[in-house]
Design a protein around this ligand. Structure first.
Ligand SMILES: *Cc1c(COP(=O)(O)O)cnc(C)c1O
Length: 457
């Protein structure tokens, strides 16, 4: 075991391939359905929204997919990212456990999301795409794609959930510095947005609504605009596996192997990114690492949702997938972890959780910020409120190990920093935060709107 604190890799150690969990997953993927016909989706439907290379990756069962050289060159702006042993946090907790974190906050925009934004913009560039659309909740994804599109000379319009657009002007300005156009969603630009605003001019928006608007803009552009999603889909999760592939090598440098790997889950991409390479080692190499997904009690799709077919967006324009869902009409409470407020969960994470290969836990908002402050005071990094969900559970694991007098090796993903989340920290410091439990009756109500599909759920 090493006495170092930071475990660094060289540029030459940057992974050459993404890992595709579908090659090893014991559960065959459920069909993806066309939202109109409810029949299995065709590549023609998808090709309106995505370039062919992305569609092929979405359905691929190849174990490894080579990372293009052009993408690796841009990854080198911030990758490989550090693996850090949180020695000061361990000491503060008085735990015999060893806590490691993978620091994805060092990317230029401050989160893991460029890991997929860069290849998605690249494949669009290769396919001749001139303009793209996307949605963003808290602004992390929009910023990442804005940077990537700027690098590849592609125009970008971003539909930003209205409440964030108003509360987080700095993220919006950050996107604009990369040349992106940013619109508050619901917007006047789409039929769906106009209909919602006519009903309620103060509609706060949601990720599901913003997705509908971005999809509609691309789908009705006559082929001039493509759409991009920052989480949930297979190809997105696959691009994120550079995190776990690097972490495997770095744990090796540390001379340890994790007993538990922890990540927060919104759509599932940063969790899958760190966890899937360790899942491969469980499935193929006899390892027994526990993989733990952490969600807010305010959006408990894995721990309280239903595993069934549902629309990916609110307006029922996005494909229907089998996933853990709170219902596509879900309106989230105004918690500060904006990146975790999606109604569903990635189909692969959902399937693996359903089959018991992944564990999940929900944590409340105040406890999450308590953990964020403990982490900041020990390690100096101010985490994103999303990432603080993983920190909460890493600390709880370390305290559990302490109570049991066990040595435990804990690895969590620090998916981003919280430099644009000062309003949230201010609310916390002022004692103004409240905890939300998503009410069971609201889930029941939303389940009435699920699509009726012919395939067996
Ligand atoms: C977007 C985001 C998340 C949640 O998205 P996933 O796809 O579940 O990873 C988590 N952390 C940060 C910092 C984010 O920006």
């Amino acid at each position: 075991m090493s006495d170092q604190t930071r475990f660094m890799l060289n540029e030459t150690d940057l992974p050459k391939n993404w890992y595709n969990v579908l090659a090893d997953s014991p559960i065959p993927p459920a069909p993806v359905l066309n939202p109109m016909t409810k029949e299995p989706i065709t590549p023609e439907f998808l090709s309106v929204l995505f370039p062919m290379e992305i569609i092929q990756q979405e359905v691929s069962t190849d174990r490894y997919i080579e990372i293009p050289e052009e993408v690796r060159e841009i990854y080198k702006l911030y990758r490989p990212t550090p693996l850090v042993r949180a020695r000061r946090l361990e000491k503060a907790l008085g735990t015999p456990a060893h806590i490691y974190f993978k620091n994805e906050s060092v990317s230029p925009v401050g989160s893991h999301k460029p890991n997929t934004a860069i290849p998605q913009a690249f494949y669009n560039k290769v396919a001749g795409t001139k303009a793209m659309t996307t949605e963003t909740g808290a602004g992390q994804w929009g910023t990442s794609l804005a940077m990537a599109c700027n690098f590849f000379g592609i125009d970008l319009e971003v539909y930003m959930v209205r409440v964030s657009y108003n509360q987080k002007p700095y993220r919006r300005i950050f996107m604009q510095t990369y040349g992106a156009q940013v619109f508050a969603s619901p917007s006047e630009r789409t039929e769906y947005g106009r209909a919602l605003l006519a009903q309620d001019p103060d509609n706060n928006g949601s990720l599901g609504i913003a997705i509908s608007e971005a999809v509609q803009m691309a789908a009705t552009s006559g082929g001039t605009k493509k759409y991009s999603l920052g989480s949930v889909l297979n190809h997105v999760l696959m691009h994120q596996t550079v995190i776990g592939e690097e972490a495997l090598k770095q744990m090796d440098l540390a001379g340890e192997y994790p007993d538990v790997v922890i990540g927060c889950v919104g759509g599932g991409s940063n969790f899958a990114g760190i966890a899937y390479p360790f899942l491969r080692q469980n499935l193929k190499d006899g390892q027994r690492t526990r993989l733990l997904a952490v969600e807010p009690t305010a959006t408990p799709s894995l721990t309280k949702g239903a595993y069934t077919f549902d629309y990916g967006d609110t307006a029922q324009m996005a494909p229907i997938v089998k996933m853990y869902t709170l219902g596509h009409t879900f309106m989230p409470a105004g918690i500060h972890a904006g990146g975790l407020r999606y109604h569903g969960m990635a189909p692969s994470v959902s399937a693996l959780y359903d089959a018991g290969y992944i564990d999940a836990i929900a944590v409340s908002q105040i406890g999450t910020f308590d953990a964020a402050l403990q982490f900041t005071n020990a390690e100096g990094i101010l985490p994103a409120p999303e990432s603080a969900h993983a920190i909460r559970v890493a600390i709880d694991e370390a305290l559990d190990a302490k109570a049991k007098g066990e040595k435990r090796v804990i690895l969590f993903n620090l998916s981003g920093h919280g430099h644009f989340d000062m309003t949230a920290y201010q609310s916390y410091l002022n004692g103004e935060l409240v905890d939300y439990e998503y009410p069971a009756h609201a889930i029941e109500e939303a389940m009435k709107d699920l699509p009726q599909v012919a395939v067996e759920a």
